[in-house]
Design a protein around this ligand. Structure first.
Ligand code: GDP
Ligand code: MG
Length: 713
């Protein structure tokens, strides 16, 4: 490069170490690792017009727009990449806040030129295009919305012998706003942009200070000090020495370079860039730097003067920073690899072909069935997903069934039966049914058509005998006996009207538990947020059909039990009847019992006279007798029928229809179901959308890059 005037790098072994690492970093950069984590870089900072862009131009030999009107409005990043071919690529990296639209708009910009000469020739045009893309207001783009942009102009210089330097030119810090051009918001945006770059410990800060202003007034040094407390990576670059005329001014700058004034840990360098407003544009670097052979500059140490010296120092510094950053980069790369691999794994396998889609869903179905079996066996130690109580299906069902059984005993009768001493009476069972958990009707709106909405049950009423009397009166016919089967039927029908609602409530609870389990289990086995809703939607129709079926079966049982003529083969019915009769006679005889006692008052025996027995039986009217007969038969039958009913509702409607029967909704999501899907349905559920396949491709590339990067290190 023509700009190298001072000596070439010496073969210092310490520098070689850094160079080896620099070379590795360079390879990482070629792998685009810089996209994932920050690599060592240089940034020029300073006031507007201090000569930042000029310094970069001198360092990189890339022509930069200089001068007042074209002062930098966005960060420009110049990277160098080794490539078989020489070219310069120009692109735009969207800012962090960019909208999707703006992102696409700027990312689609790309220009390529052969060399710096061509870039120089076309730069004005290219910058106009870039400004327009970014939406920056310039004389050529008066409709632009912004003065500054967070987008980054990226200039990538490629070639077989490229340097290691990456440099960034940020807009100059300004202190006063100009009406119609710069606002307070711009001011803080630029400041934030500068800070974003200088706070990175891997950034070397080139604080650019023109010789012709007082260093003490340069805010940038204070800012750099804030973020580089130890001053390990801040370097002063003094520009425009040629503009100094007075001897005293020159002396003062020399003092700065010699470290006699406002010392900076890494010191000051003095360089002369191209001037803007004279005819020196063509003045070669070598010619420009001739001035350093004159007083007072020639007394300054060589390694502090000129672009060559600065560049050499920068390479060393970059090497040192890289050395320091190296172990951290390595750990970060590893961490990032693990994270990326996890994200990739969570995406599941690729699903482009029908087979892949089938495989994907079938694996999921297998896991679902396993979870389901464990849930039915209450084998909760098999999967830690069961730590969440919602998945403990069979336990929930058992609790609900207990509720059903107790509620049935306690309040399924319309009227309380008459208390009979010596007979356990279900209507008066002391055990209260467990309280129902709150059922939130909005939790699963898809169940609205299946679930019951009324969750209350009325307590049984008193007054059974007068109710039986009215039945007896209203349905008397001409019969020999007093109790007809029709009377019993209508008594039982009246006594069992609440069976339907209680059964519906129980079934609703069971359906809810099963549905909750299915949805939760699907969530566990399907870790793709796109597939999950499509899969559950595809299952839903069939699920609802099986819930409906279970409810229908329960209602069929209600119908059979309550609407048909009461009948049972169960011998408990007869023994119950007889037991009641016996107990009643015992009660009725009690007042007629006579006792024989010894003189001491001790009872010897009890007896009843036969004529007393007649009077007890004969004294009852026909109606009275019939009512008691109906009541007692009803009670004996109710007990047997309700036990039979509760058992069967559980067996048929819950266990068979909802849990373990062949048409159970739990068995629906199975490999067979997956295999039965036609191509279109399969793709609808399991195909990846573009986003996912794009993401997978990106992640795969990233994993590969990171692996290669770790290999390099
Ligand atoms: P920036 O705003 O900090 O990027 O400053 P520029 O690099 O655009 O420089 C501002 C003006 O100062 C331009 O006209 C440059 O040509 C001029 N300039 C920069 N460095 C020097 C120098 O060393 N000598 C002279 N004479 N002019 C310079
Ligand atoms: Mg500039």
């Amino acid at each position: 490069m023509a700009s190298k005037v001072k000596g070439e790098k010496s073969a210092d072994p310490n520098i070689l170490v850094s160079h080896d690492r620099l070379y590795k970093i360079d390879q990482l950069r070629a792998l685009n690792i810089g996209k994932y984590l920050p690599l060592p870089q240089l940034v020029t900072v300073g006031d507007q017009s201090s000569g930042k862009s000029s310094v970069l131009e001198s360092l990189t030999a890339i022509p930069f727009p200089r001068g007042q009107e074209l002062c930098t409005r966005y960060a420009t990043q110049i990277t160098h990449r080794r490539d078989d071919h020489s070219f310069i690529g120009i692109s735009i990296i969207p800012g962090p806040q960019a909208s999707a639209e703006h992102k696409e708009h700027v990312e689609s910009y790309y220009r390529q030129v052969d060399d710096t000469a061509q870039l120089q020739a076309e730069f004005a045009v290219i910058l106009d295009e870039v400004n327009t893309r970014m939406g920056i207001r310039t004389p050529n783009n008066p409709t632009g919305q912004h003065t500054f942009s967070e987008d980054v102009l990226k200039i990538e210089k490629c070639g077989p012998n490229e340097d290691y330097l990456t440099v960034i030119d940020v807009p100059g810090i300004f202190r006063t706003t100009t009406e119609g051009i710069t606002t307070e918001k711009d001011k803080s945006m630029v400041r934030d942009m500068v800070i974003k770059y200088i706070k990175d410990p891997r950034t070397i800060i080139l604080a650019v200070l023109p010789c012709n202003v007082d260093v003490a007034t340069q805010e940038i040094l204070a800012l750099a000090e804030d973020y580089d407390k130890a001053g390990e990576r801040t370097l002063g670059v003094l520009t425009k020495p040629d503009l100094l005329k007075e001897r005293s001014a020159k002396a003062s700058v020399c003092a700065l370079v010699l470290g006699k004034r406002k010392p900076l840990n890494l010191g000051y360098y003095i360089i002369r860039n191209r001037g803007g407003d004279d005819d020196e544009d063509d003045l070669e670097l070598a010619k420009r730097e001739d001035m350093f052979r004159q007083e007072p500059w020639r007394d300054l140490p060589d390694e502090r003067v000129g672009v060559g010296a600065l560049r050499e120092r920068l390479r060393d510094l970059l090497g040192e920073i890289t050395d320091q950053a190296f172990p951290k980069i390595r750990t970060e790369l590893r961490d990032m690899l693990v994270k990326t691999q996890n994200t990739l794994r969570n995406l599941g396998p690729s699903r482009k072909t029908e087979r892949q889609q089938q495989q994907y869903l079938a694996t999921m179905a297998g896991k679902f069935q396993e979870l389901m079996r464990a849930a039915l066996d209450a084998d909760y130690s098999r999967n830690k997903a069961f730590d969440d109580g919602e998945l403990r299906l069979i336990t929930t069902i058992v609790n609900h069934t207990e509720w059903f059984d107790l509620t049935f005993r306690k309040s399924s009768q319309t009227y309380l039966f008459v208390k009979q001493a010596g007979l356990s009476d279900d209507g008066d069972d002391s055990q209260e049914p467990p309280a129902l958990a709150e059922v939130d009707p909005t939790a699963f709106p898809e169940l609205a058509s299946v679930m019951v909405t009324n969750w209350s049950t009325a307590a049984p009423q008193d007054g059974i005998m007068s109710w039986i009397e009215s039945i007896h009166r209203d349905s008397r016919g001409i019969t020999l006996g007093t109790v007809t089967p029709a009377m019993l039927s209508s008594a039982f029908r009246g006594q069992s009207v609440k069976w339907e609602i209680i059964t519906k409530q129980y079934l609703s609870l069971a359906i809810l538990a099963v549905h909750k389990f299915i949805m939760k289990a699907l969530e566990i086995v399907c870790n793709c947020p796109n597939v999950l809703p499509r899969l559950s939607a595809a299952l839903l129709t069939q699920l609802l059909a099986s819930y409906d079926k279970a409810m229908e079966q329960a209602m069929l049982l209600v119908e059979i039990e309550t609407q048909r003529k009461p009948y049972t083969l169960n011998h408990y019915f007869n023994s119950n009847m007889q037991k009641v009769r016996g107990l009643k006679i015992k009660d009725q005889m009690k007042p007629h019992t006579e006792r024989i006692t010894r003189s001491g008052g001790e009872e010897v025996r009890q007896y009843i006279r036969p004529e007393k027995v007649f009077s007890v039986v004969e004294n009852k009217s026909n109606a009275e007798y019939s009512r008691e007969e109906i009541h007692d038969t009803l009670r004996a039958y109710y007990k047997v029928a309700s036990k039979r009913f509760v058992d069967y509702v559980y067996y048929l409607a819950v266990d068979h229809s909802l849990l373990s029967g062949p048409d159970s909704p739990l068995l629906l999501f199975s490999e067979n179901w997956v295999l039965g899907l036609d191509d279109r349905k399969l793709a609808n559920i399991a195909a990846e959308n573009h986003q996912t396949s794009d993401m997978r491709a990106k992640l795969e590339k990233k994993v590969q890059d990171l692996k290669e990067a770790i290999e390099i290190l």
